[in-house]
Design a protein around this ligand. Structure first.
Ligand SMILES: [Zn+2]
Length: 387
């Protein structure tokens, strides 16, 4: 769909390679990082003055997180998700950047190259993909997809699991990992025996329940800090997350891997399983809506209106500092009001796309996927004929 995104954003786009960085959760180890080898130049990615086809956000969410080349390709096309060179240079210089800033240094010099953990990059890809999954499931009333996308958004270990923050959804995630940190008496979430993940989740949920059922005097006897930790259980969002998980866990065990970002279930999640658990579509939709809006609102919380002078006239634009913010802004603009999104029907493609008006029969993200699937189906038919 060709749209005007309604905001502008330029990113530093240069050259990128893979490097070793100190491990995020284990100081004894290292893990892979993306490093800027050449900082590059400002490249306009979004413009409020033109109509463009395509979506950087959908492209980002479709990246195969096991494929380093795909990750580096994305970076060399659009730059890093956030760069110091832009954050350090938030001045009116943007007005001069491409033309006349030649007197002194072009930007504030930094001694360190921009770096980012590959795992953090992949977490952002998966987060956005699950959010698109929630949006699609809301549009198409699919309870199973609602649940399978909700679980990783609530339970994945991400950078927000490390610092307590604003929204109820992030706070839920943070307190769950804080519970794990307390359980192991450590400052970092350790690499623990993953068979206990499900047990830890259960005991965290029971802890919340215990806290929510305290009498007034018992409640007063607790430390104020604990009141602050679990205060959200008195409100609807946490109660809905709690209720869904408590109904699910007696029937299904949740497994994760060492990255704590991908989840498997001991049984396939089916509509029958959901009704056996007593999980209703209504509560899944409510949970999906609160989760989705919390994620979008926090990712765009630092975007503010900005007055610019462009093409000899004053324009109202938005001040956006990172590519990640810009992509969330793009999705907000795309989603509201009332667009419907679909996942590509090619099972090996992770792309989502907008279903434009009068276009609701479209099932593939692109001509490429449509042709690929037509060929695949033809091969299957040929094979059946032969046998
Ligand atoms: Zn596709």
């Amino acid at each position: 769909m060709i749209v005007n995104k309604g905001f502008s954003f330029n990113n530093m786009v240069g050259e990128y390679g893979i490097t070793e960085l100190p491990h995020r959760r284990d100081i004894e180890k290292t893990e892979l990082g993306i490093e800027t080898t050449y900082p590059g130049q400002l490249k306009p990615l979004y413009s409020q003055n033109s109509f463009e086809e395509g979506s950087i956000a959908y492209e980002f969410a479709a990246i195969d997180t096991n494929n380093i080349d795909e990750i580096l390709n994305f970076c060399s096309k659009y730059g890093l998700l956030s760069t110091h060179r832009i954050c350090e240079n938030l001045s009116n210089d943007y007005t001069f950047f491409n033309t006349s800033k030649t007197l002194f240094s072009e930007v504030v010099p930094t001694s360190e190259n921009d770096k980012m953990y590959v795992s953090a990059f992949c977490n952002e890809v998966l987060t956005m993909r699950h959010l698109l999954g929630l949006k699609e499931a809301l549009d198409n009333h699919n309870s199973v997809t609602l649940l399978t996308n909700l679980i990783p958004l609530l339970l994945s270990y991400t950078s927000t699991s490390e610092i307590s923050s604003e929204t109820e959804t992030e706070h839920f995630n943070y307190q769950f990992y804080q519970y794990i940190r307390d359980y192991y008496h450590t400052e970092f979430v350790p690499t623990f025996d993953l068979t206990t993940f499900d047990d830890l989740l259960r005991s965290f949920l029971l802890r919340l329940e215990y806290f929510a059922n305290l009498s007034g005097t018992e409640y007063d006897s607790f430390e104020i800090s604990e009141h602050m930790d679990y205060k959200d259980i008195f409100h609807c969002t946490w109660q809905t997350y709690h209720s869904i998980l408590m109904k699910l866990l007696p029937l299904v065990t949740i497994y994760t891997d060492e990255s704590l970002s991908e989840f498997r279930f001991s049984k396939p999640i089916t509509p029958d399983l959901l009704s056996e658990a007593g999980i209703t579509e209504k509560e899944l939709r409510q949970a999906a809506i609160t989760c989705m809006s919390d994620f979008f609102n926090i990712q765009t919380a630092f975007i503010t209106p900005a007055l610019r002078y462009e093409n000899n006239q004053l324009t109202a634009d938005w001040k956006i500092t990172t590519l990640l913010e810009a992509m969330y802004m793009e999705l907000i603009v795309t989603f509201a009001p009332n667009t419907q999104i679909k996942k590509c029907a090619n099972p090996t493609c992770n792309f989502y796309f907008d279903v434009g008006v009068g276009n609701s029969r479209k099932i593939y993200c692109s001509q490429r996927c449509a042709l690929l699937m037509a060929k695949r189906k033809q091969r299957e038919r040929d094979k059946q004929k032969r046998s």
